[in-house]
Write a protein that binds this ligand. Structure first.
Ligand code: SF4
Length: 458
């Protein structure tokens, strides 16, 4: 195809459920590309000689190569090209913020719209699942060495995948009652259907990975007990699942005030949470958006999101912001809560203040500043804070692993080895809250180091 023809192809849109079709269920909103649409979109890729999209991908997926194979309808080969660097394309393609990663770097983003790399990756992963293909490469014969993986999120799954295929006996210990960590209880089904997580679990089990849920290491089982049970090495991939506080007086004691992660975990594990008629969510990331959309789907109709910066600075993916607005959530920008108002211990309202953007800080974003005298009150029955998460390290006095003042593990930046030589750590546990792709990247690095450690090479 001539480059002029390629440039004339507009970015293809995925099939989606209409807003009114979505609100009484948790069905996946985006249905992805069908084969014909995927092939049209694949033809938009210019096969750049020095592809910036690869630089934008935290795990360095060979994007032009998998797209070139797709064009030849070699879907299985294209999938395995991604699997050279990614342990879970079906999940990354759904939940990674592509516009800030590969698609943000795509050359076509400069003139019109980037190639829909995430949707092409998703098409391939779905094609493999729909066609009953094996998602697991051949497993090496078992070498007799045991590895314990704490946490079944993206970093833990990646370590289990990499080491089980090299012959190690891997056991994943998950404190939640379900496999997948926050993938299962922090990301709602309408963004990540449970059968997709189930397919990744099945692929791990096919290579002999043992998954034990409902076990909290440090409480039910100590690190030294794991050592005594013959585990040669341990990977800590416990994630960053504790919500940061809003910093308001009465936050912990007022009924109706709660954290976004707690709310998602409860609803997504089957609990009913009564919110009331007027729901306020605070934050601009995907957790805030998910809280609002889950509240809507749970029957609470009057939901607003307060964000202290503007739409342009929102860390949530643009598609999620588009979806939440389509579903009727009211977005209030340059607004932050300053005071909880309650009666008899029950939230009745929130005092807020308008913000303005000031100078750019070291993160490259403008610092929001309160506008004195702009305070106003919003009536509210629920206030849900989703302003970031932090790491709560494993509490285990039997093996004191060094942690930083912000609660993340101290690791060697190359090997991801902690202060205890047989314990490695990676993902949000080390980086603080990050994307799934970055956790996968650290899982791959940690698995390589653990292998070298167990073989006496480091
Ligand atoms: Fe294709 Fe965009 Fe990557 Fe270039 S930067 S190879 S156009 S996906």
């Amino acid at each position: 195809m001539h480059i002029r023809e390629q440039l004339a192809i507009p970015r293809q849109l995925p099939r989606e459920l209409d807003a009114e079709e979505r609100l009484d269920n948790f069905d996946e909103v985006s249905k992805g590309f069908d084969e014909q649409t995927a092939l049209v979109e694949a033809n938009r890729c210019l096969q750049c000689r020095k592809p910036p999209c690869i630089m934008g991908c935290p795990i360095g997926n060979d994007i032009p190569r998998f797209i070139a194979l797709m064009r030849e309808r070699k879907f299985e080969e294209a999938y395995w090209t991604i699997r050279e660097t990614s342990s879970m394309p079906s999940i990354c393609s759904r939940v990674c913020p592509h516009e800030f990663q590969c698609e943000g770097a795509c050359i076509r983003a400069k003139k019109d719209a980037p190639v829909a790399i995430g949707l092409l990756e998703r098409f391939l992963a779905d094609w493999m699942i729909i066609n009953g293909k094996n998602l697991s490469p051949r497993c090496a014969p078992k070498n007799g060495l045991k590895v314990a993986i704490i946490g079944s999120g993206p970093a833990g799954i990646t370590v289990a995948h990499a080491l089980s295929h090299r012959g190690y006996n891997c056991t994943i210990f998950e404190s939640l009652p379900v496999f997948g960590g926050m993938l299962s209880v922090g990301i709602p089904n309408y963004r990540l259907p449970r059968n997709i997580i189930g397919a990744e679990l099945y692929a791990l089990q096919q290579c002999g990975v043992n998954v034990k849920t409902g076990i909290t290491v440090g409480q039910d089982l100590t690190l030294s007990e794991l050592r005594e049970q013959g585990y040669s090495s341990v990977f800590l991939g416990i994630g960053a699942y504790k919500s940061k506080r809003l910093g308001l007086d009465g936050e912990n004691s007022t009924k109706g005030v709660m954290s976004g992660v707690d709310y998602l975990v409860k609803v997504l594990t089957g609990h009913e949470i009564a919110l009331g008629d007027r729901v306020l969510v605070v934050g601009g990331g995907n957790v805030a958006i998910d809280v609002a959309r889950v509240a809507l789907r749970s029957g609470w109709k009057n939901v607003s999101i307060l964000y202290r910066r503007t739409r342009d600075e929102m860390p949530a993916s643009k598609m999620e912001v588009h979806h939440v607005e389509e579903e009727g959530v009211d977005l209030q920008f340059l607004t932050t809560p300053t005071r909880i108002i309650s009666q008899n211990g029950q939230l009745t309202g929130v005092e807020c203040i308008r913000m303005e953007l000031g100078e750019v800080d070291i993160t490259g974003r403008c610092v929001p500043r309160p506008q004195p005298g702009s305070e106003f009150i919003i009536e509210a029955d629920a206030l849900i804070g989703a302003v970031g998460q932090k790491v709560i390290p494993v509490h285990d006095a039997t093996v004191p692993v060094e942690i930083t003042p912000r609660g993340t593990y101290v690791v060697d930046p190359v090997t991801l080895q902690t202060s205890v030589d047989w314990i490695f750590a990676g993902g949000d546990t080390v980086l603080g809250p990050q994307t799934v792709a970055k956790a996968v990247c650290q899982g791959l690095d940690a698995a390589e180091s653990m292998h070298r450690y167990m073989q006496g090479l480091i």
